[in-house]
Structures are given as C-alpha cells and as structure tokens.
Design a binder for this molecule. Structure first.
Ligand SMILES: Cc1ncc(COP(=O)(O)O)c(C=O)c1O
Length: 418
C-alpha cells in the first residue's frame, strides 16, 4: 500500500473531503491490473466503480483518444462533430437489442432511440426528469410526480438526490426539489397503490424510474417479473418508464442493457460510467416520440457530447460489440458467482454478469477492503474491492476480466475470510 507523502499532504490541505480515501496512489493501469506509486500491483475488481468496461488502457480507446486529442477537443454543441452521430447510432442499435433472461442477444426491435449527451450519470438523470415533466405537461394534464424505488441511487445533484430512495443521502440538504417519492422494490401492489393514490410528495405521477439492479443500495436485483409488471402498469396509464442503466448498462450484466433480460422496452434510458470505457460521459436516450418533446433551448450542457467524449464513446461501444464482450461477461460472470458462493462466510451471491454482491454472514466487509489493499507488496498482488455497509462486498471488475483473475481474487477472499 503506497501513496507519496506529498500526495497525502496536498490532498489533506487542499481537497474537500467528501470521500474517505484509502492511502494508495495508483499511477498506472493495464487491463484489470493497477500499479501504485511504490510499484506494487493490484487486481482491480472495482474498475473506477463500473467505469473501465474495457479495462485500463485498452488499445482501441488509447488510440481513439490519442488521435482525437491532437485534433480537436470541443467546439460547443452549436456545431456538428465527427463522432457524435455515430456514437448515438451505436447506442440506438444496442438499445434496440433483444435478449433472453441470461442476456444472450436474440434479435432486435425496430425502435429508433435518440440521445442527449451529458457528462455524468446524475446529469443524464436530470435530462430524464425533464423529458418526464414535458411528457406530463403534454399528455397527462400536467402530472409531474416521479416515483422511484426504496434503496435506489440516482445521483448527487439535488433532483437526483430527491429521486434517490435512501433518506441517509437527503438529510442536511433539504429542501430538495418536490415531486419525488419512493416505494418498495419488487412490490407491485405498493407501486399500484402509489399510482392510484398519489401522495402529497409527488402529486399525480408522470414517470416511474428504476434500476434493474440497485448498485449503491447493496446489489439488489429487481425481479424480471416485477419489471414486466411495472412496464405493463406504466403503459396502461400512459406514464413513462425510465430505466437508470448508469451502473447496469452497456454489457455490465451480459446483456447490452439490463432491462432487456426482462424482455421489456422502457421509454427513457440513462447511461454513464462504462459507456465510454472510463472517459467521463453520460447520456439520456428515449424513443423518438418522447425524445422529440425537447426542442432547441430546452436543455443543454457545455461539455456534453464534446469531441473527446464522443470519440471515446464510439470506440468503446464498437469495441464492446466487435469483441463480443457480452458473451464473455455472461460466461465469466456465472463462473464468478459459483466461485464466490464457495468462499467462507459468503451467505448469498446477488446480481448478474459482472455486477455481483456477496452478502457476508460476518460484519467484515469494511475490514476486507483494507486488507485487500494492504496485502500488496513486491511479491503479492493486492486486490481492489468495494463494500456497501459492513456486510456486503460489491464487485464491478472490468468486463474483460478473465477466469484466471476471478480465481486469483477468490483465492485471496478465501485466505482473508478462511
Ligand atoms: C444507478 C446510478 N445512477 C446514477 C448514478 C450517478 O452517476 P454519477 O456519479 O456519474 O453522477 C450512479 C452512481 O453511482 C448510479 O449507480
């Protein structure tokens, strides 16, 4: 474990401490391996919190960014830009895929998806709220409420905090924007009741917003039947279904998008994190009928869809498809789930593909993350893990992680927990 004295000092003195940071300074990454400032190696099972979909320094992304960085960075959204349209087209193609419940691609719908490019997941979700409110204005007599799920996480801006169904994130920051409330996940009666009897928090509802697997909440999957029932309920009421795929999106669960495993089609989908392989970009996509409700002047973002971001996004999506990464994720993800279930003190394995949570029967998750980092030295690799509370380990490795690396990680977990 290593961070230079200077890095620690500068951070302590000049950086706002909204994050508790581990005393490790990473200086290089390749594939699923990180190297710290002391030359020690770590197996990365966090991938920048689900961002490095192709791993660190993938040649396709390095060359796309290198080429673009010497050419053009940003020209504003007032002008056309070489890769923006193709990036949006690739997203549309992936959003139109159909899959089976495992995530294997089975075909394609003829839906055309249109995209607004943002920079982060929270900003993508803000765009989704605007689409929903515009839909309510146009089709639902001004209904403006947005229902989400308890334990959800949708971001840190004030509106996305209001959408986040976890009170712990709300306190100290009130008043939050009005019009949001949450109901229990996987309880269709609770959702129907909330839609039939809108609370004073939401008023009449124009959209339901869900994660297919709640990541920050502790890796809690929505049942596929629940997703189907929510889709039907929204359709019957002409309410939008927004799926937040910021963490689950773009092959993280094996399918291009996690909603596809339920055989449903949402009205609006948001992405960020892994969509450009770790380069900061977010996006909100919608069926044309919904997307076309926003017209020039309604929404914007100076850096959204800038030349570097769309070059990275285009390269990332085409590489994910060309290298058939989805099938790899399904295979390695299933193997990982089996191996995890054999680790001592793992009581339950949740999630899909390479988004997995291990529920421990001992409150040791916080300590395990520290031990995983501390074991790095000249002879042994460390492991980069993540915990949610003290009893859940969350795993979000690069999507190109190998079975051998899964074995290496599980051997370390057995050593630490045995
Ligand atoms: C499901 C989900 N939505 C939104 C966000 C917010 O994304 P960002 O941090 O890029 O704003 C996150 C971040 O963890 C997330 O997991």
């Amino acid at each position: 474990m290593f961070a230079s004295e200077e890095a620690l000092r500068l951070d302590e003195q000049y950086v706002i401490h909204t994050y508790g940071r581990y005393p490790v300074e990473f200086v290089r990454g390749e594939g699923a391996i990180l190297t710290d400032a002391g030359g020690n190696e770590y197996l990365d099972f966090l991938a920048g919190i689900a961002c490095l979909s192709l791993g660190h320094s993938h040649p396709a992304l390095v060359s796309a960014l290198n080429e673009q960085v010497g050419k053009l960075w940003t020209v504003s959204n007032y002008f056309h830009e070489e890769n923006r349209g193709e990036y949006a087209r690739l997203l549309s193609e992936l959003l139109a895929s159909t899959t089976d419940e495992m995530g294997h691609i089975t075909g394609k719908t003829d839906t055309v998806w249109k995209t607004f490019f943002a920079n982060t997941g929270a900003e993508a979700n803000e765009g989704a709220f605007k689409l929903a409110r515009r839909w309510g204005e146009k089709h639902l007599n001004g209904a403006s409420g947005i229902l989400t799920a308890r334990k959800s996480f949708h971001g840190r801006t004030l509106a996305t905090l209001a959408a986040t169904g976890q009170d712990v994130f709300h306190k100290s920051f009130r008043p939050l924007p009005a019009g949001f409330d949450s109901v229990e996940l996987n309880n269709i009666e609770a959702l129907v009741h909330a839609l039939d009897h809108p609370t004073s928090e939401t008023g009449p509802v124009c959209a339901v917003m869900l994660e297919c697997i709640q990541g920050e909440g502790g890796v809690w999957p929505a049942d596929l039947d629940y997703l189907r029932a929510v889709r039907a309920e929204c359709k019957a009421r002409n309410i939008l279904l927004i799926v937040d795929e910021v963490q689950t999106g773009v092959f993280r669960t094996g399918a291009p998008f996690a909603f596809q495993r339920a055989g449903i089609e949402p009205d609006v989908v948001t992405v960020a994190k892994g969509v450009a392989g770790g380069f900061p970009t977010g996006a909100v996509s919608a069926r044309a009928e919904v997307a076309d409700l926003l017209v020039p002047g309604d929404h914007g973002s100076t850096f959204g869809g800038n030349a570097l971001a769309v070059a990275a996004g285009r390269a990332c999506l085409s590489t994910l498809v060309e290298e058939n990464v989805g099938e790899h994720v399904i295979e390695v993800g299933e193997y990982f789930a089996t191996r995890l279930a054999e680790v001592p003190h793992v009581a339950e394995v949740r999630g899909a593909g390479l988004m997995r949570g291990a529920q421990l029967d001992v409150p040791r998750a916080t300590e395990l993350v520290e031990l995983g980092l501390k074991r790095a030295d000249a002879k042994r690799r460390g492991v980069v893990l993540n915990h949610i509370g003290d009893s859940v380990l969350r795993f979000l490795p690069p999507l190109i992680v190998t079975k051998e690396q899964v074995d290496e990680l599980c051997d370390v977990l057995c050593e630490l927990l045995g």
